[in-house]
Design a protein around this ligand. Structure first.
Ligand code: PEP
Ligand code: MN
Length: 342
């Protein structure tokens, strides 16, 4: 069950409804970061008289029964949609948000050059991994805290907010001290202790879909973060594993319009990991925007062939600039929504 409060409902009114529900033995979770407060309620069965009783309380806009496994992440909880604000960047707002940069931070020179180049190409946020989940233990694992320091320096130099991956609960505090957005990678989408930990920090979370995760599993991972108190979640479709090794993953663009129906959270697309091939990135980036994505995260740097990680799927700043221009044009003809800032 979801209880939607009116936008003008006071914190006291919201707490009174939550207290009433708790006194009846329900577990409640509040979504209060932006727009009208929402109360997600666990516990079955819900008695028939409860809805009308709650509607009579001050500030209550409506009560919805939902059979979905997730509540706070459900579109019904915030039908108007959510905008996640990072500095001046609004993910889920009227402009498509393009995030770009190297897969991994390798050196000061590499990162600063890449940051300037992606900013000049029109990207509005910088990506770069400091802690990398590598399939092989012998591959470069990232620079750790030094990589985070370099990202902070690149933000100083360019004004671009930065997003970087966090892999384990013990790293959250450190990554949050440097990065504007915490990325949870595909391999950690179901790392529940990590989801609980990031639910307690004051940083937006870019939650990538596990490459073998269903849509419901992905949205339930988002629900962990919302239920823990952080409603600034950005979903990212980055490809699922299919039977066909012709591409690295299969970018599931069905997920974009479907997730927009099912959830109020903004959704972006990663055409780099979704294809694994530089020559397919532009087409799938634009297809993602055409499908309704609120933005893209793309691996791009001046010398992609020299990259220590994911070079074959990384693109040049020239191609990025072309994608940015065409993504804006396509986004303008895809119906925008009027979302509220979380
Ligand atoms: C990445 O963004 O570099 C990355 C490791 O992505 P994913 O978790 O989607 O594989
Ligand atoms: Mn990568």
């Amino acid at each position: 069950m979801i209880v939607r409060m009116r936008a003008e409902a006071t914190a006291e009114a919201t707490e009174a409804v939550a207290a009433e529900l708790r006194s009846r033995g329900f577990e409640v979770h509040l979504l209060t970061g932006g727009g009208a407060p929402v109360i997600g309620v666990n516990g079955q069965p819900v008695p028939a008289d409860l809805g009308p009783a709650l509607c009579a309380l001050p500030g209550v806009a409506g009560v919805l029964d939902t059979t979905r496994p997730y509540r706070l992440a459900a579109r019904e909880a915030r039908p108007e949609g959510t905008v996640v604000q990072v500095g001046d960047v609004r993910i889920g707002g009227p402009e498509p948000v393009i995030i770009a940069g190297p897969c991994v931070v390798e050196s000061r020179e590499q990162l600063l050059r890449a940051a300037e180049a992606v900013r000049a190409a029109g990207a509005v946020m910088l990506r770069g991994g400091a802690f990398k989940p590598r399939t092989s233990p012998y591959s470069f694992q990232g620079l750790g805290e030094e990589g985070l320091r370099l990202l902070a320096e690149a933000r100083e130099a360019t004004g671009l907010p930065v997003v970087s991956e966090v892999m384990e609960p013990g790293q959250v505090e450190m990554v949050a001290a440097y990065a504007d957005v915490l990325q949870i990678g595909s391999r950690n989408m179901a790392n529940f202790p990590l989801l609980k930990r990031v639910s307690q920090v004051d940083r937006p979370v870019l939650l990538k879909r596990g490459f073998a995760a269903t849509i419901d599993e992905w949205l339930l991972s988002a629900e962990y973060i919302l239920a823990g108190g952080n409603d600034r979640v950005i979903l990212c479709e980055r490809g699922i594993r299919s039977f066909d090794p012709a591409t690295r993953f299969t970018l599931d663009l069905n997920a974009v319009p479907l997730v927009r129906q099912l959830s109020h959270l903004p959704v972006i697309v990663d055409p780099s990991h979704g294809t694994g091939r530089r020559d397919l990135v532009a087409a799938m980036a634009l297809a993602g925007i055409a499908a309704g994505a609120h933005g893209l995260i793309v691996e791009a740097l001046p010398d992609p062939d020299a990259a220590l990680c994911d070079g074959p799927q990384s693109i040049t700043p020239d191609l990025l600039a072309d994608i940015v221009a065409r993504a804006r044009a396509i986004h303008a003809v895809v119906a925008p929504e009027t979302a509220v800032v979380a």
